[in-house]
Design a binder for this molecule. Structure first.
Ligand SMILES: [Zn+2]
Length: 93
């Protein structure tokens, strides 16, 4: 599906930096997440509104250790990662 989108737009992929390691990547190599209330949602279609936080699948544990989500979303409270964790678990299968 992602390749189809490239073909349609005919553009180079945009780059985003990972919130944990800060490395610039093509956005197709990162996962976009958004914060809804205090829950991190995985935005697979990149269509959800609001500020997105992008990260490598492998960087999730670093991101939580460094509170990168709090920084990125400018959110002080406790953030719930259940949905993102489930998504990452399924990726590993
Ligand atoms: Zn990273």
């Amino acid at each position: 599906m992602i390749r189809v989108e490239f073909a349609m737009f005919g553009k180079k992929p945009r780059q985003r930096s990972c919130i944990a390691c800060r490395k610039l990547e093509n956005w197709t190599d990162l996962i976009r997440t958004v914060l809804v209330g205090n829950v991190v949602k995985v935005d697979l279609k990149h269509r959800m509104g609001g500020r997105g936080a992008w990260l490598h699948a492998d960087c999730f544990s670093v991101a939580t250790e460094r509170r990168s989500f709090n920084h990125s979303f400018k959110f002080e409270g406790e953030i719930k990662f259940d949905e993102l964790e489930d998504y990452l678990k399924n990726l590993g299968n």
